[in-house]
Write a protein that binds this ligand. Structure first.
Ligand SMILES: NC(=O)c1ccc[n+]([C@@H]2O[C@H](COP(=O)([O-])OP(=O)(O)OC[C@H]3O[C@@H](n4cnc5c(N)ncnc54)[C@H](OP(=O)(O)O)[C@@H]3O)[C@@H](O)[C@H]2O)c1
Length: 298
């Protein structure tokens, strides 16, 4: 299929922006933000998808405010569950495959081995529960789908842990960072690259091994280890003049409205075996992101 048209929904989010800036040749990519397409509006979804008439849809839109979701649960469900259901129904009616991004927060975090796609889910909070409901509704309504679960997303756009650390590192001499939650930091750019590999394979072959896959950065680490590496690299680049002292703290010392899983490491073997997409080394991805942040400062 030459010049296949792909619709990216949520085009101005962290991952959405990376998707828009890295689309491979041979794909005609249309990106829409929430102002142009609100996925919680079923009528608008139907009309916009009819108009754009894509051959493939990537959904990077979501309600992602994990803590706020505890008090705005209705909105989180409208977007992450019901919005995804409407999107799945519209895509299925038009026979358009749908790639949707989901999260490590669908798991409880009680395991101590990397989570496989088939492992039992058990979200801790409203955000995770709404994302899990979205996955189930998508699977029920649109057979030709990929659900790509990822974790701890960072990049140059939007709000994320790396940018927060850099900001705090410029303001403070000492920082407490949680050392008893483990996961896989994943660059938004790496997620975009993985998605384009899948879409490109569909363009060439007209099919994909549909289903749920995990994609996250390796090796697994704690937020404290992640922060330590951020300041080591940012210090060398001169992004942070005097890197702060990092205190390893426990989750209970940093209370948040939504409980986080203490272990949300995802096993990426299934995606690697099916598509040759290995978990990216987050330390290398971090170097790229910090260099981009530095050049944006100039
Ligand atoms: N960030 C993470 O650490 C993380 C971890 C695991 C999985 N994920 C998943 O990865 C995906 C991308 O996340 P991200 O980090 O790129 O999030 P993000 O930066 O918050 O972007 C999400 C985008 O969705 C848009 N959006 C929100 N409600 C919408 C609606 N009703 N209709 C259409 N668009 C809407 C937002 O637009 P507005 O800003 O205009 O509302 C925003 O541009 C999501 O599925 C998320 O659940 C993220």
């Amino acid at each position: 299929m030459n010049n296949m048209r792909v619709l990216v929904i949520g085009a101005y989010g962290q991952v959405g922006r990376e998707l828009m800036s890295s689309a491979p040749a041979g794909l005609e990519v249309r990106g829409l933000g929430s102002a142009e397409l609100d996925i919680s509006d079923a009528g608008q979804l139907e009309a916009v998808i009819a108009k754009v008439n894509p051959a493939f849809i990537v959904n990077a839109a979501a309600y992602t405010a994990v803590d706020k979701a505890e008090t705005e649960s209705e909105r989180a469900w409208q977007v992450n569950a019901l919005g995804v259901k409407s999107l799945a129904q519209t895509a299925a009616r038009r026979d358009i495959p749908l790639l949707h991004i989901s999260t490590d927060y669908v798991f409880s975090g009680n395991a101590r081995q990397p989570y496989k796609e088939s492992d039992e889910t058990g979200p801790n909070g409203v955000y995770g529960a709404s994302k899990l409901a979205g996955e189930l509704l998508l699977s029920a309504h649109c057979a030709r789908h990929i659900i790509l679960r990822t974790s701890w997303v960072f990049g140059v756009h939007g709000n994320n842990f790396v940018k927060t650390m850099i900001r705090l590192g410029q303001e403070r001499n000492q920082l407490g960072v949680v050392a008893d939650q483990f996961g896989g930091p994943t660059a938004a750019g790496a997620i975009a690259r993985a998605i384009w590999v899948l879409v490109e394979q569909y363009r060439q072959q007209g099919r994909l091994a549909w289903g749920t896959y995990h994609f996250s950065g390796a090796p697994a680490c704690s937020w404290h280890e992640f922060a330590t590496e951020i300041f080591a690299q940012a210090g060398k680049l001169g992004l942070v003049e005097r890197p702060p002292v990092l205190d390893a703290i426990e989750t209970r010392e940093y209370p948040t409205p939504a409980r986080r899983p203490s272990w949300s490491v995802l096993d990426g073997e299934k995606l690697d075996t099916a598509f040759g997409i290995a978990p990216p080394d987050w330390r290398e991805e971090l170097a790229t992101v910090l260099q981009q942040l530095q050049s944006m400062k100039k």
